[in-house]
Design a protein around this ligand. Structure first.
Ligand code: ADP
Length: 317
């Protein structure tokens, strides 16, 4: 009797899963209750379970990200990456002289002191506009990211003066470099020439949110290092929805359009749970596009200083 009950209960629960309309569901329930005719106690227990199941089945009772979790499987991994560089740091006296030469204020002192961490070939004429001094990805980090997947076609969505694009071009076949600011693209081309990789770059001046790739173009990786508020960002708990421009949800949605892996470069204080929630909320909203997603958070250090976080989003159909 017990085994028979379980069997029919399992059948019932399977039927619930299959049922697409509420009418189907109640018809099946009536049918089950009629067939199984369980005792009063087990009927009450079953009713509770069924209600729970029904509640779970109604997307209106759940947040968008919970519903997305039913459709897509997410694996989350965490890693610490300790990078080293022996490139020298300028003395205070040298850095102050440089600041004067470059016409920069003392706010830039630490960045100028570490100019060889930004571009090891700085002395060959690397060009940076003031904003790029603090926004360019340091070379050891850019190189580490570029080496992870070699020989690819890469889309660098906020390329700036080329910190990431140049390293991608050293290890990959082709890089499409997007920036909204024409001065950044001039610097990018100039700097890429110094590194001998200009021929691999395709600079495009546009707003990333409006970028439409030609149908013939397929990317393997999209790199996203969006503006996070210069030097003034929140170093304790960086709120992606408040700190990133343009709108972070819009960038996330756009990043998923290219059907390829993504790597995000974000502040070390990024609220990692929030990133996962925003990703979930922007995934395709039906089970049709069901995929297994992996999100890998990498805390990136240079010479034992925690600098940035890289977040890799990859998936399998
Ligand atoms: P941070 O805040 O990290 O210092 P930046 O302000 O330098 O970053 O921004 C990174 C790059 O993104 C800059 O080169 C900027 O011109 C570019 N950028 C900003 N908005 C857009 C956009 N909508 N589309 C493409 N590039 C953009």
């Amino acid at each position: 009797m017990f085994a028979a009950k379980i069997k029919s209960k399992l059948q019932y629960l399977r039927a619930i899963k299959k049922a697409s309309k509420p009418q189907d569901l109640s018809r099946r329930r009536v049918k089950y209750l009629a067939v199984a005719s369980p005792s009063h106690d087990s009927l009450a227990k079953l009713k509770e379970e069924l209600e729970e199941q029904e509640e779970l089945g109604n997307p209106q009772n759940h947040s968008k990200s919970e519903v997305q979790s039913w459709h897509h499987k997410l694996d989350i991994k965490y890693k610490t990456v300790k990078l080293k560089t022996n490139k020298r740091i300028l003395s205070m006296v040298e850095a102050k002289q440089q600041l004067k030469k470059l016409g920069l204020t003392s706010k830039y002192l630490n960045f100028v002191r570490k100019k060889y961490h930004l571009f090891s070939r700085f002395d060959e004429g690397t060009l940076l506009d003031p904003e790029s001094w603090y926004s360019v990805t340091p070379e050891p980090i850019a190189e580490y990211i570029a080496k992870k997947y070699k020989n690819q076609s890469v889309l660098d969505a906020f390329c700036g003066s080329g910190g990431n694009s140049i390293q991608f071009a050293r290890y990959s076949d082709h890089v499409t470099c997007i920036d909204i600011d024409p001065i950044k693209l001039q610097n990018l081309k100039h700097n890429a020439r110094i590194y001998g990789v200009l021929h691999k770059l395709e600079p495009v001046q546009t707003n990333f949110l409006k970028f439409k790739a030609p149908a013939s173009k397929k990317f393997d990786l999209v790199c996203l290092a969006p503006p996070w508020g210069g030097t003034e960002y929140d170093r304790n708990a960086f709120d992606l929805r408040k700190g990133i421009t343009p709108n972070f949800d819009a960038i996330m949605k756009k990043s998923l359009e290219f059907g390829c892996k993504a790597v995000w470069i974000l502040p070390r204080s990024t609220m990692q749970n929030q990133f996962v929630e925003i990703l979930k909320e922007n995934l395709p909203s039906t089970a049709l596009g069901k995929k297994n997603y992996t999100i890998e958070f990498e805390n990136l250090y240079i010479n034992d200083r925690f600098l940035e976080v890289a977040i890799w989003v990859t998936w399998k159909a």
